[in-house]
Design a protein around this ligand. Sequence first.
Ligand SMILES: C[S@@+](CC[C@H](N)C(=O)[O-])C[C@H]1O[C@@H](n2cnc3c(N)ncnc32)[C@H](O)[C@@H]1O
Length: 281
Amino acid sequence: MLGRIIVELEPDYSLLLRRAPDVRQACRDAYGDPDGAPRCVALTELTGVLSARQWHEKGVPIPALGERIHPSYGVFSPVRGEYVDLVAHAPLPSAQVDVAFDLGTGTGVLAALLVRRGVRRVVATDINPRAVRCAEENLARLGHADQTEVVEADLYPSGRADLIVCNPPWLPARPTSALELGIYDPGCDVLHRFLEGLAAHLTPGGEGWLIISDIAEHLGLRTRDDLLRRIAAAGLRVVERLDTAPRHPRAADTADSLHDARSREVTSLWRLAADALPGSR
Ligand SMILES: C[S@@+](CC[C@H](N)C(=O)[O-])C[C@H]1O[C@@H](n2cnc3c(N)ncnc32)[C@H](O)[C@@H]1O
């Protein structure tokens, strides 16, 4: 029933309903400046728009940063802390990392963490323009604008880096919105292209950090063998795998339809290095 309720927004995005909340700023965040015409939206969509505004205002606490990150509408929110902690504690490939890439930066949370860990310069990319703006805002708010550059790009920026971090979407399925670009990756295309391009973008002695959960394996959507085969086929070797268990409440919710898979889920940071420099193989 709720999915069938449509509400009308006035030309300035106000709602002429009794006791209706002021949704104007939330709608401006989601839809841009009003175009002077009324519009209809599904009530469920409007509640999503309002909740995104609240997350944006309140921010998400990131203990590893000791700060809050403010996600925007349509941008993947780092509500799961376990993978952020993996990035906070993994050993850096060298005492001084000059350049790192953060591919699929979302809110910019991992780029900020890398700067905090002493990386001199981070180039972050995302294919979602909302994420690019959101990451720029977060990095500026945290005082890291000078050490970072956020670029709208499909995976890799040009050049090489000593450390390349990528937390790709974890499930092979078709995204239906900008937000879902952070969750679904049809045919594991982003994952495969990250692996295939890694060796050619690393400096000698550099490392790629792939952050991924094995939930797709428990759901029968991907296999561990396939991942290992693709790592080897890309001329990479696994230096180390750091594992952690999800701590979010759904992992322990026995009523969840995916409980079996979620209860076995492990999130890993794969430290990957090039077997040899491309061209010398
Ligand atoms: C799982 S989210 C990770 C976001 C952030 N790095 C974090 O750890 O919270 C994946 C991100 O990758 C981005 N993305 C998806 N496909 C991409 C592509 N082909 N090139 C660049 N970014 C992409 C999504 O928009 C999303 O922001």
